[in-house]
Write a protein that binds this ligand. Structure first.
Ligand SMILES: [Zn+2]
Length: 205
């Protein structure tokens, strides 16, 4: 079977093997998703006005677009380009690129994304762990909770004494372990089922 754009740029080796080819496919993907905007769930989280920090594995940047200021993106930021040869970095709107971006040293730059085979960036990971251990409440929203090590965040918060609130369409492996104090079954965006509960959170101190 012929690999699609996602497979062509989803691994660590894809860039190393052929950076030009990587960018060709990556820019195709970016163009195909250019119209995607934050949904009600992104907006609802920001509207709570209670979030100290938002930890996500998403790489679409939509939480930042929705106005969340302190976002720890475990799987990196595609709009930060890095040169693997000299370590230089620059911010770049990927949708404005028409070809592989080059740094002054002549090397093709790579988006700072975590792909299969990559190690997680250490600094955001360490900060996320520290904040999970220190949080007053840990809100778990719309995640399968199975991708480690990020799935460990709620466990760290629970072990440190924070109550966990989970909002999800379906129960996950975490829901009935005894860690989750409140489970709201439903969408994270405002709705008859999840709206009132989430608003309750907004009034908690
Ligand atoms: Zn360089």
């Amino acid at each position: 079977m012929r690999a699609g754009p996602a497979e062509e740029c989803g691994t660590k080796e894809a860039f190393e093997r052929d950076p030009q080819r990587f960018w060709h496919h990556y820019l195709q993907l970016v163009r195909a998703t250019a119209e995607v905007q934050p949904c009600g769930a992104h907006d609802a989280l920001e509207a709570l006005g209670k979030l100290r920090v938002l930890i996500t594995q998403n790489v679409d940047g939509l939480h930042r677009t929705a106005g969340s200021h302190d976002v720890i993106e475990h799987h990196g930021r595609p709009d930060i380009l890095a040169c693997l040869a000299c370590g230089s970095e620059r911010e770049q709107k990927i949708s404005e690129l028409s070809s592989a971006p080059m740094w002054r040293c002549g090397e093709i730059m790579k988006p700072s994304l975590v792909r299969f085979g990559d190690a997680l960036p250490r600094a955001p990971w360490a900060r996320a762990e520290e904040l999970a251990r220190a949080c007053a409440v840990c809100l778990i929203v719309g995640t399968s909770g199975v991708v480690y090590p990020a799935a460990r965040m709620p466990v760290l918060a629970f072990e440190a004494g924070a109550p966990l609130c989970q909002v999800d369409l379906e129960a996950t492996g975490l829901t009935h372990t005894g860690c989750v104090r409140w489970y709201v079954q439903g969408p994270a965006s405002p709705s008859p089922s999840s709206g009132p509960e989430l608003l309750t959170w907004a009034t908690l101190d």
